[in-house]
Design a protein around this ligand. Sequence first.
Ligand code: CP
Ligand code: NVA
Length: 307
Amino acid sequence: MRHFLTLKDFTKDELLEMIALAQKIKAQTKQKKFVPYMERQTLGMIFEKSSTRTRVSFETGIYQLGGIGLFLSANDIQLGRGEPMKDTSRVISRMVDMVMIRTFEQSKLEEFATYSKVPVINGLTDSYHPVQLMTDYLTMIEFGKEKNPVVAYVGDGNNMTHSWLMLAAKLGFELRVATPKGYECNPAIVADALEIAKESGAKISFGHDPREAVKGCDIVTTDTWVSMGQEDEKEIRLKVFDGYMVDEAMMSLAKPDAIFLHCLPAYRGYEVSEETFEKHAEVIFTEAENRLHAQKGIMVWLDQHRG
Ligand code: CP
Ligand code: NVA
């Protein structure tokens, strides 16, 4: 049995298998052909943080695969009142067929997975957002940007950046990360990604100049400057990130046909200008829709790889 906790745990071929499944199931869904890949299965969905896309896409996705999703907000289950993660895991995983969790520390997700009888999917932690990056890769393919792309990530060295590092390292493309000083990626995750990159040939670089990073690239991406759980740091972060907004001046340094990706929610006037966001809205909202399709590929792959 496999869990989907970080992209690090999968080979390039495995990740591409999940993407291929996602593409196949997306095509079937578009033809209104609902194949019950996961008939009568239940997906437990535990949320310790807010969500729009993750909740709607997993709940709709499992239903379209012939199963049902259970929305379990930490505010409503005993986890929120202090029931240990390992007990929550031992109870829920005896009743459902798969679990998705959105939580804070990666270690909490890992603890749940250790005690779980069923596959566990990372629906975002402070460290990673792997389902989003599978989605972003599917979107890159659909917009013809998957062949040796140069990707520039501009902004906070956060869970999204860490997952971009892993995707680039696994698949072997060029990723340039530009963050303000003091807001760089986690050094341990960087070290892992650079080690994996040696094998795949990925070119990963880090700096503090967003314009330098964006120069001549195929894809520009960013994320909120204030992630969930960092609300207390908002005031200082908004000052530190001044100059990191992706706007038309910054986009003009990328290739003329460069696309802009954003996992959403987007904060206009901060990490992206209103003009740039709206100019790239078709790609951004295809990316959002692709959460549904990419995660079906992941769920079906995990279901097919049970021990
Ligand atoms: N991108 C993303 O994970 O969105 P939600 O927080 O709305 O789930
Ligand atoms: N980095 C953001 C991503 C939201 C989808 C956060 O963790 O809040």
